[in-house]
Design a protein around this ligand. Structure first.
Ligand code: AMP
Length: 139
């Protein structure tokens, strides 16, 4: 009986440790959080109650805009059912921005989820790219 309780406690402690590690893995004060808080400048092209969009500092196409949630969500992988409205709003923001930039007929929307997929800043974001031709499959 004692052994069983001890084992359970061990499993719970391990779970707590794993949760702690997961939280610590992500820096919650990314450069994008600083842009949201207007602590550093950005070329902002769109803003609504949930989303912000600004030009990428290192553009990979004539139009390269990052669309981010104001909520700090490290990766799309962390989105939950309560983020449905936010995710839909980000996509609609992309559509509006493409129209505003005059590229509604041809643009690419990219989301890198995780370091293995090329994500460098752990605040979820879409890249809206346009103004040149794109190949498929992407690199
Ligand atoms: P990712 O590799 O998907 O995480 O994309 C991060 C993007 O953020 C890259 O395209 C960077 O060029 C861009 N970036 C980094 N810092 C800034 C900044 N201060 N303002 C605008 N874009 C930035």
């Amino acid at each position: 009986m004692f052994l069983l309780i001890s084992c359970k406690k061990l499993v719970l402690d391990k779970h707590k440790l794993e949760l702690k590690d997961q939280k610590e893995e992500f820096d919650m004060s990314t450069i994008f959080a600083k842009i949201i808080n207007k602590e550093i400048p950005a070329d902002i092209v769109y803003e609504d109650d949930l989303c912000l969009a600004f030009r990428d500092i290192n553009p990979q196409a004539p139009v390269h805009i990052l669309i981010i949630p104001k909520k700090q969500l490290p990766e799309l992988n962390h989105a939950e059912i309560e983020d449905q409205q936010l995710l839909g709003q980000l996509m609609l923001a992309a559509k509006k921005i493409a129209a505003k930039e005059g590229v509604a007929d041809a643009f690419r929307l990219v989301l890198n989820n995780g370091a293995g997929a090329g994500q460098e800043i752990f605040h979820m974001h879409f890249h809206l790219l346009a103004g040149r031709s794109f190949t498929w499959p992407p690199g």
